[in-house]
Design a protein around this ligand. Structure first.
Ligand SMILES: *[C@@H]1O[C@H](CO)[C@@H](O)[C@H](O)[C@H]1NC(C)=O
Ligand SMILES: *[C@@H]1O[C@H](CO)[C@@H](O)[C@H](O)[C@H]1NC(C)=O
Ligand SMILES: *[C@@H]1O[C@H](CO)[C@@H](O)[C@H](O)[C@H]1NC(C)=O
Ligand SMILES: *[C@@H]1O[C@H](CO)[C@@H](O)[C@H](O)[C@H]1NC(C)=O
Ligand SMILES: *[C@@H]1O[C@H](CO)[C@@H](O)[C@H](O)[C@H]1NC(C)=O
Length: 410
């Protein structure tokens, strides 16, 4: 809102704003209403995901957070839902199995070992957009996979990340893989967003999407999709970072200072902003409300804030597999913490408590050259601060020399 107030007052800006509204209208008419009226897909037979609301709903498994695990259903998705050139995976290719085959999801001794990454399939939701070959690609295994939770409408944020901390050329010697994680949206707007997303995916090849409703309460599905992707399509990845699209990440510091490309790859390693001794929020009006029915205990295990955590590649598969028998909770970071506790894996505290910040650290090149995450940025700010840091990182702390270390610690 502030952004609008500041920038939309000039006449030119107003004019451009109106022009873009007009553009959107033309786009809508062309791509959503016209095809509906004529019954023809837009673009003269351009193959598209058939994304009609009803069809989609029919293919969705029932989802009920309070239902016991045994009640989960793995449905076969009709082929026609998945026909597109946007590298949509066919159910056969991805290994959707009939309900009888579901036992395989929780049992490695069913003959699918190897073929599907050791009994890991894509889980209850099929991929709508996937990048199965992004990791292999003939190169060495990537050192770091960035999994970034985002929503369809956050195009600007994705573009800012592509140009800044998520640039895959950012650690050329080590190999960086960037993936945005998305669910699906319903309705007319959802359809429009889907088409734009598919165009974006064709251009950048950095989007994966599964067929679950994209909502805050489904964030856990999103994260598990990312873990699933690493487990199935990139099991040899050195490290994985899960973060959000409004986070500033100092990728260089993460790679070179925390992980150390020359060091032996760690196993069972999980670090971030350790949240220790937190109790479930029982206030129904809170965003973080957790009902006693879903989580009866009065303490969470230690977990890492979902704004940014880093783990060794081997854990993706372990966490995904254990999640198949841990009841889903909507708070994704808490949920991953519970999975780790179930695996009896202890979180590694970061070398200092200023690295992973789940709040916004006021910008200074000195502070930002020594941290890994800072949270709560508009895409324009990401661009601005990132570029500033790049051109000042050599002497990042010179101007704040008076405080030096002290400034860093604020
Ligand atoms: C969800 O599952 C629980 C437990 O099986 C059941 O009591 C509840 O009615 C279900 N809710 C819906 C909306 O199906
Ligand atoms: C789908 O992805 C593969 C590699 O992952 C690529 O070779 C192919 O051209 C893509 N298909 C389309 C239609 O973009
Ligand atoms: C997997 O299934 C086989 C045969 O159905 C069974 O003998 C074995 O105990 C199962 N393993 C696990 C880990 O559940
Ligand atoms: C990523 O970084 C490389 C090398 O610094 C640069 O050439 C390229 O333009 C960057 N990509 C984007 C999308 O900004
Ligand atoms: C989560 O996704 C499932 C599957 O699409 C959907 O049925 C459910 O309503 C979603 N839950 C929320 C809270 O959005």
């Amino acid at each position: 809102m502030q952004w609008r107030r500041r920038h939309c007052c000039a006449h030119t800006a107003k004019f451009l704003y109106l022009l873009s509204l007009l553009g959107l209208l033309v786009f809508l008419v062309h791509q959503v209403w016209l095809p509906k009226l004529t019954g023809k897909p837009w673009g003269g037979g351009h193959p598209l995901v058939s994304f009609g609301g009803d069809e989609l709903r029919a293919t969705r498994p029932e989802w009920n957070l309070s239902a016991p695990q045994s009640a989960w259903r793995f449905v076969r998705v009709p082929r026609q839902v998945l026909t597109s050139d946007a590298n949509v995976s066919s159910p056969e290719k991805e290994g959707v199995r009939s309900p009888q085959g579901d036992a395989g999801l929780q049992n490695t001794s069913t003959g699918v070992e190897g073929e599907l990454g050791g009994g890991v399939t894509h889980g209850p939701f099929p991929y709508v957009i996937n990048e199965p070959d992004k990791c292999a690609g003939g190169r060495a295994a990537p050192f770091l996979v960035l999994l970034i939770a985002t929503e369809a409408r956050q195009v600007e944020a994705r573009n800012a990340i592509r140009q800044t901390w998520g640039n895959e050329s950012g650690a050329p010697a080590q190999g960086l893989v960037r993936l945005f994680l998305l669910g699906t949206n319903e309705g007319e707007l959802g359809l429009l967003q889907q088409r734009m997303l598919e165009a974006e995916s064709r251009r950048y090849r950095d989007i994966i999407q599964q067929d679950f409703v994209d909502s805050y309460k489904n964030l856990t599905m999103k994260t598990l999709m990312g873990m699933n992707w690493v487990a199935v399509h990139c099991p040899q990845a050195g490290y994985v970072m899960k973060t959000d699209s409004d986070v500033f990440v100092n990728t260089e510091y993460l790679v070179h200072k925390l992980l150390g490309p020359d060091q032996q790859l760690r196993k069972n390693y999980f670090t971030g902003n350790n949240m220790r001794g937190y109790a479930p929020n029982r206030n129904k009006n809170s965003k973080w409300y957790m009902s006693p029915e879903l989580y009866p205990s009065d303490k969470y295990p230690t977990f890492c804030s979902g704004t940014g955590y880093v783990f060794s590649g081997d854990l993706a598969r372990k966490i995904y597999r254990v999640s198949l028998r841990v009841r889903r909770l909507h708070l994704e970071d808490v949920y991953v913490g519970i999975c780790l506790a179930e695996l009896r894996i202890e979180l590694t505290p970061p070398p200092n408590e200023f690295l992973f910040n789940h709040w916004r650290v006021s910008y200074s090149s000195c502070k930002y050259s020594h941290l890994i995450t800072s949270h709560g940025f508009h895409p324009n700010e990401l661009l601005k601060y990132w570029h500033h840091l790049q051109s000042n990182k050599r002497n990042a702390c010179i101007n704040t020399a008076r405080g030096g270390r002290a400034t860093l610690m604020q």
